[in-house]
Write a protein of this length. Structure first.
Length: 187
């Protein structure tokens, strides 16, 4: 890999060939990517658990829908806050700029001190992780499309529509892929 952060802050969008239940039609924001591997969170898998049930102080401060999102199959016993930062926002206690408009939120911080510096917060249980070279192998197998992320992707109020929306905005062949039926045999 020539640049260890080449994909950090970008989206991995599952291709139709990725049929595994865990990642079927997922959209993942890559939080870290380097020679050591990669870490991201699935943006379009809300759980049935309200954030207020596990983090009561954050309930009124998370973006709608206020559910805990399943960020991936690894570390499901931990929570991670991801924020879309306001333009020109200076990192503050409780928020660390990750890349571009995205930051990681300290969920132990006082939400009232964090919220003025962000456009919105989403809370994820678990994450998606890849070991050294694993993501590159999956990319070579064409399991993922790699596209630019927009702040709205993290905070979308309609996560069930995110996979199609992200592909559609790419235009060309990827926009056509967004119209594929859920059952790939019907395409």
């Amino acid at each position: 890999m020539t640049d260890g952060t080449a994909l950090q802050g970008r989206l991995l969008v599952a291709t139709p060939r990725l049929q595994e239940d865990t990642f079927y039609r997922t959209v993942i924001l890559l939080l870290d990517h380097g020679d050591h591997g990669a870490v991201g969170v699935v943006l379009n898998r809300p759980s049935s658990v309200d954030v207020g049930e596990v983090l009561p102080a954050w309930h009124a401060h998370v973006s709608s829908p206020p559910q805990l999102f399943q960020g991936g199959p690894v570390g499901l016993d931990g929570a991670m806050g991801v924020a879309s930062l306001l333009p020109g926002a200076v990192p503050t206690n409780g928020v660390d700029r990750m890349t571009g408009p995205f930051g990681l939120v300290d969920l132990d911080a006082d939400p009232d001190l964090v919220v003025p510096h962000v456009d919105g917060v989403r809370v994820f249980a678990g994450y998606a992780g890849w070991g050294e070279g694993q993501l590159e192998d999956e990319l070579a197998e064409r399991a993922w499309f790699v596209v630019d992320a927009l702040p709205d992707d993290v905070l979308t109020p309609t996560p069930s529509q995110l996979w199609r929306r992200v592909l559609r905005r790419q235009g060309g062949d990827l926009a056509i892929v967004s119209t594929y039926a859920d059952d790939a045999s019907l395409n």
